[in-house]
Design a protein around this ligand. Structure first.
Ligand code: SF4
Ligand code: SF4
Length: 466
């Protein structure tokens, strides 16, 4: 249902207009982000057109502009990204959301529903006219192949295998699989379990909701907050009872480790916990008292505020989750540095390229999977793609009608680099990149690094078939 903007609640138009004004005053991203982002080139195009033609940018143009941000995290200003998200949320409050957009964003519920009858759904979708109508209804590009549902999703498998009960003893890890591995690529989540078990780590799959990224990107702010609250409760409960927290999806990791904590240190609760003075804001840093940088509240107070997209959620819990959760590559690399990782890896005699997805890069954890994969004898692993290279998928954006062309254009430079390396397969930890690579380079199999590690532990010699 549509709602009028509440008083003191800026409209979606004002919010995105504010972003436009700030970024055209600054202009840094006009040149810096012209190839790896769809949002900034469009922002500057609209601004230039407005100046030249003397006509105002329309509401529709501003709506489309906001929808082009996929929250990849590559641009420099978190407050600008936060305002884009606020604008999307305000748009949903004002205009509601189309059923197709809701379906694409709510992967969890769509897959839970379809996952009850995967065979039936897959059979239906293999009938050409049915697939066409489904895509049309969902606002999905006809050029995209819809992913098929596996016979059994990871969460059902985990329950059958006793992983949803907390194991005793140590070491033990609580595994957050995320929706894509959980519902669409359960082989990746099962590989994660196999690798942990190989290293004598007991696995627990706690109750979990979608991390919140896809719904946040569609402006579904209330549903996002509700899911975040649920995940905070179950994951922090697991951490409190001795579990290490791990995840295998770079987007879930980026969301829970980085995005969710943005601004949480400026909250009253955190300032109180570090005994900040009356005119002081303490920010974690290497200099200053007790590892904090001290700033004057009277000068910076208005600038340093909690992220409005998450400020209604306990900031201390957000900080705790971001500190306790590890990307699984990072977790395994730490085990290795302590001499605890099983390095008895069988050969894989293939040449492959590894691509670091943007949400992994943005976690600033180096390239742990590459360091691990280099230990597999026979594997000829080549790094592909620079800091600004992007597959172009942008979560579910690449699926949408009207964005397919942009998505493919954005991913083409990377696809060319991959082809030039003549690999047998592509390795990347992002399953959204996997969908895009399958679309752009259908001749190449795509694997998660954990599938290679699990295969090497089993000594399969040549990698699993696609
Ligand atoms: S995102 Fe930040 S650096 Fe980039 S143009 Fe906008 S204000 Fe400038
Ligand atoms: S977060 Fe990524 S997609 Fe969004 S504006 Fe920044 S660079 Fe562009």
């Amino acid at each position: 249902m549509k709602q009028k903007p509440e008083q003191g609640n800026p409209s979606s138009r004002d919010l995105i207009r504010g972003v436009m004004d700030a970024c055209t005053n600054c202009d840094i991203c006009r040149f810096m982000m012209d190839e790896s982002c769809l949002f900034f080139p469009e922002l500057y195009r609209l601004f230039d057109k407005e100046k030249e033609a003397g006509t105002n940018v329309t509401d529709e143009e501003l709506k489309r502009l906001a929808s082009l941000c996929t929250l990849c995290g590559l641009c420099p200003c978190p407050n600008i990204r936060a305002d884009i998200l606020l604008s999307k949320a305000a748009r949903v409050r004002e205009q509601g959301i189309r059923a197709g957009e809701r379906l694409l964003a709510d992967v969890q519920n769509a897959c839970r529903l379809g996952g009850r009858f995967p065979w039936l759904i897959n059979t239906f979708l293999s009938i050409n006219p049915v697939e066409k109508i489904t895509k049309r209804m969902g606002g999905i590009s006809q050029k995209r192949a819809l992913p098929r549902l596996p016979k059994e999703n990871f969460f059902s498998w985990a329950q059958k295998n006793g992983l949803t009960r907390k194991p005793a003893g140590q070491p033990k890890a609580a595994y957050f699989a995320g929706c894509t591995a959980g519902f669409l690529f359960p082989e990746v989540a099962r590989a994660a379990v196999a690798v942990l078990k190989q290293n004598h780590i007991a696995v627990y799959v706690p109750p979990q909701q979608c991390c919140g990224m896809p719904t946040l990107l569609e402006g579904m702010a209330a549903l996002t907050r509700q899911r975040v609250q649920d995940n905070l409760r179950t994951l922090l409960d697991a951490a409190d009872t001795g579990f290490d927290l791990v995840c295998t999806c770079p987007t879930c990791g980026f969301f829970m480790k980085k995005l969710l904590r943005e601004g949480a240190h400026y909250s009253q609760a955190f300032q109180k916990s570090v005994s900040a003075g009356a005119d002081e804001i303490r920010v974690p840093g290497k200099i200053g008292k007790e590892g904090y940088v001290s700033l004057k509240k009277s000068i910076y107070g208005d600038l340093l505020a909690d992220n409005p997209n998450f400020s209604a959620i306990d900031p201390m819990a957000r900080i705790a989750l971001s500190e306790k959760l590890s990307d699984m590559g990072q977790y395994l690399e730490r085990l290795h540095l302590k001499g605890l990782l099983d390095t008895n890896l069988g050969r894989i005699n293939n040449r492959m390229v590894y691509f670091t997805p943007c949400h992994q890069r943005e976690q600033n954890i180096g390239s742990p999977y590459e360091n691990l994969l280099f230990m597999i004898p026979g594997l000829d692993l080549i790094h592909v793609g620079g800091d600004m290279d992007c597959c172009g998928m942008g979560g579910s954006l690449g699926f949408k009608e009207g964005f397919h062309g942009d998505s493919v254009r954005l991913g083409q430079p990377l696809a060319k680099k991959i082809k030039a390396a003549s690999p047998y397969a592509i390795v990347t930890d992002c399953l959204s990149c996997r969908l895009q690579f399958r679309h752009l380079l259908p001749e190449l199999p795509v694997y998660h690094p954990l599938e290679l590690l699990a295969s090497a532990y089993k000594n399969e010699k040549t990698i699993i078939r696609p």
